[in-house]
Design a protein around this ligand. Structure first.
Ligand SMILES: Cc1cc2nc3c(=O)[nH]c(=O)nc-3n(C[C@H](O)[C@H](O)[C@H](O)COP(=O)(O)O)c2cc1C
Length: 175
């Protein structure tokens, strides 16, 4: 049994939903899990935890700055303790881009963060046009048109592969 921190970065809540699924899985294995929203700006203390997990979504090609700030601030703990990272994007719905090796945002993350976590995951997120402002809706519809995704402005489509999330949670439990 370990005390595990899951620090996450989300805009529309899909990364949080994935974190909650990982938490349920880990709790079933007997672990004590706490979630921390990096967007809330409070300084998270990594010291009380035996394992660390970071999860972050992509917006316009990037993980948000507070994700890199968290890695920088906790670099030592992340390198010394068993740690994991997962990235959430829509590109990850595509075969070949659904692995830590093939996903361009994971490659970008490892390079920019100068951190190669022991366990890495890549999950497809959700497109929900009802949540977006007019500019984001237009841009995402255009990208979906180019990449053969949903373009109906009322569409809400979840691409997340939940068994893959469960498999990631099992790797976190075992790390
Ligand atoms: C404004 C906007 C920009 C996005 N940009 C990208 C992108 O550049 N690449 C990508 O693969 N997915 C992109 N996405 C898809 C998100 O990563 C996906 O919706 C994810 O589920 C969001 O997770 P969150 O709800 O935790 O923020 C974008 C979504 C929105 C709304």
């Amino acid at each position: 049994m370990a005390r595990i921190l899951i620090a996450y970065s989300t805009v529309d809540g899909q990364t949080l939903k994935i974190c909650e699924r990982i938490r349920s899985s880990l709790e079933r294995e007997g672990h004590a899990v706490e979630l921390a929203d990096l967007g809330k700006g409070r300084n998270v203390d990594a010291a009380p935890y035996e394992k660390l997990v970071v999860g972050a979504s992509i917006r316009y090609g990037r993980h948000r700055a507070h994700v890199y700030e968290f890695v920088e601030r906790h670099r030592r703990a992340l390198e010394e303790k068993p740690s994991a990272f997962f990235s959430v994007s829509v590109v990850a719905r595509k075969p070949g881009k659904d692995t830590p090796e093939g996903n361009p945002y994971m490659t970008q993350f490892r390079r920019k963060a100068r951190w190669t976590p022991g366990v890495q995951g890549v999950f497809a997120g959700r497109i929900d046009y009802r949540l977006y402002g007019p500019v984001d809706r237009l841009v995402i519809r255009f990208i979906m048109l180019l990449t053969r995704g949903p373009t109906d402005p009322r569409a809400s489509v979840e691409f997340t592969d939940w068994p893959a999330v469960d498999a990631f949670a099992r790797r976190v439990s075992a790390m």
